[in-house]
Design a protein around this ligand. Structure first.
Ligand SMILES: [Zn+2]
Length: 335
């Protein structure tokens, strides 16, 4: 699989103690290289402001640029819009994360295949005018919006991160649908399933999972398999954008729903199946959370292997999905 990555993505929060640290992507890159899976690595690029403006207003982009430009070599501060720490390198790194995602999008669209943007900072909490939760620019949504506007086709964003993708949901619509699971109660507190709606142009599906109980791996896979198959059939997307967050995995220092790292391979298989059936193979994976670098590295590798092996998703028992989530999945299937 083509992976968009280079060391320019490690300049954000370099030397600042923070869970969203440069080692996250560096360790993944080392693991992919070690396994011989980095043969299709491509360099990233820094996105232009007009590309970032597909989702974010110019005033917010300028706020990020100015905040970072004012900082000295060993300084860090929170963005004025909320809980996002930035340092002198953060604007360029965040614009590079967008650029890397657009490089991955181009390759997916022209090659009719799956690509992976191995980026940080992550993006799914970033609302149009407000960075939040470690996220500066919404990488996944910028790619989704770019494709929907340029190609005039629908896009389905699937988010399997531990946390709700509030920023992506806020910017969805106009041919971009959003669907995902998230832990609740948990940051950022959004994603009420009572707002769920299944419509071809602007579907919105949130499936909260009890943060205190967690979920069995089979149940997690079962939710996504049934939700994604049913929704893709309604939406008929030309592209899948996957907000690939791995903080659901057991032991993650920020998230942790008790899910086994093997889930990543099943997710890769599932997304391959749906991308092949509806999108001529086009799928762009965009890294979101996952805060234990070694586990993150294993999971990213497994997702890529799952996507590439062309094997069916393992059948899951409906009973493995807890009753509350099963009811929500059935609503999507019946819509
Ligand atoms: Zn997360």
């Amino acid at each position: 699989m083509l992976v968009a990555y280079d060391d320019g993505l490690t300049t954000h929060l370099n030397g600042v103690p923070h869970p969203e640290r440069p080692d996250r992507v560096r360790v993944v890159a080392d693991e992919l290289r070690r396994r011989g899976m980095f043969g299709e690595r491509v360099d990233t690029r820094v996105a232009r402001p007009d590309e970032i403006e597909r989702v974010h207003p110019a005033s917010y982009i300028e706020l990020v640029r100015r905040t970072c430009a004012m900082l000295g070599p060993n300084e860090a501060t929170d963005l004025a819009t909320g809980d996002v720490m930035v340092d002198a390198g953060s604007y360029e790194a965040a614009a590079r994360a967008v650029g890397a995602t657009l490089v991955a999008l181009d390759a997916a669209v022209t090659g009719h295949r799956g690509t992976f943007a191995l980026v940080r900072p992550p993006g799914h909490h970033a609302e149009p005018a407000r960075g939040m939760g470690f996220c500066v620019f919404n990488n996944a949504m910028i790619a989704a919006r770019t494709y929907a506007q340029d190609e005039g086709k629908r896009v389905l964003v699937l988010d399997f991160d531990y946390h709700h993708g509030n920023g992506t949901q806020a910017a969805a619509g106009g041919g971009v649908s959003y669907a995902g699971s998230h832990a609740a109660p948990a940051y950022p507190g959004t994603g009420d399933p009572r707002d769920n709606r299944v419509a071809a142009d602007a579907a919105l599906v949130n499936i909260p999972i009890d943060a205190r109980r967690g979920i069995a791996t089979e149940g997690f896979i079962g939710i996504h398999t049934r939700m994604l198959r049913a929704l893709a059939d309604r939406v008929r997307p030309g592209l899948l954008v996957v907000s690939a967050g791995y903080d659901v995995v057991a032991g993650d220092p920020v998230g942790d729903l008790g899910v086994d790292p093997s889930f990543a391979r099943q997710m890769g298989r599932l997304i391959r199946e749906v991308a092949d059936e509806y999108c001529d193979g086009r799928a762009v994976f965009v890294l979101e959370g996952g805060y234990d670098p070694a586990t993150l590295a294993a999971c990213v590798a497994e997702t890529i292997l799952g996507f590439e092996e062309n094997t069916e998703v393992e059948k899951t028992d409906a009973e493995a999905i807890p009753a509350a989530q099963r009811a929500l999945v059935r609503e999507v299937e019946a819509a």
